[in-house]
Design a binder for this molecule. Structure first.
Ligand SMILES: [Zn+2]
Length: 220
């Protein structure tokens, strides 16, 4: 189950949108409304078969509308993924294909083996991309710019097109199995190598700590 594998610090907004599983608070409210409405109708003598299913379907639509409205709140984190999915809302939720993997989740949320994120949570001191040394290692840098992933990016572009913003990736993923597979393949290939590099850096740092003081870098 991907939720168990997802990066522990992913915010609930970023975590729930990719899976299409509504936040539990909204679901609990919807179930309570459906239950109360069912009792009202039964007390009024309405015992039509299928009533429960109809109420549940109506509440399901209501939950999705409430959820979409919640994603527009400016005080929530994870604006990048909220905007990307909101721009492709119907296609994202109505698709019949596509499952989330741990590495795909990292690319969508930006929470994972990206220097900027690792620096923000205090795991490393310097956010600079260790694969090119040219800029801070963000998810945008990884997907759209970093020369280390040029080959993987060109393969991705052959399916998704020139625009590799998250909104464009989400659109391609929602619209076709091919789009979903292309983004998943990119995420798996690139993130696997980034994870390996991060592990090697951590091991090297551990070895070097033997007699050297650690230089700090306040650049997050
Ligand atoms: Zn780079």
């Amino acid at each position: 189950m991907w939720v168990a594998a997802a990066y522990r610090t992913a915010s609930f907004v970023a975590a729930f949108l990719p899976t299409r599983a509504p936040p539990l608070g909204l679901v609990a409210d919807a179930r309570a409304r459906a239950f109360n409405r069912m009792r009202e109708l039964q007390h009024a003598g309405d015992t039509a078969s299928g009533l429960g299913r109809e109420l549940a379907a109506a509440e399901g639509l209501r939950v999705r509308e409430q959820w979409k409205a919640n994603t527009e709140r400016s005080d929530l984190p994870s604006e990048r993924i909220r905007c990307a999915i909101r721009a492709n809302w119907e296609e994202w939720f109505n698709r019949s294909h596509g499952g989330m993997s741990f590495r795909l989740t990292q690319v969508m949320t930006g929470h994972g083996y990206f220097g900027s994120f690792q620096c923000r949570i205090g795991k490393i001191a310097n956010p600079t991309c260790e694969h090119c040394g040219r800029a801070a290692d963000t998810v945008e840098h990884t997907v759209e710019v970093c020369p280390a992933w040029h080959k993987e990016r060109e393969i991705l572009r052959a399916t998704v097109g020139e625009d590799l913003t998250l909104t464009s990736l989400v659109r391609a993923m929602a619209r076709s199995r091919e789009g979903w597979a292309a983004v998943t393949r990119f995420a798996d290939q690139v993130m696997t190598r980034k994870e390996r590099a991060e592990r090697e850096s951590a091991n090297n740092a551990k070895r070097e700590r033997g007699g050297m003081s650690t230089e700090t870098f306040d650049g997050c």
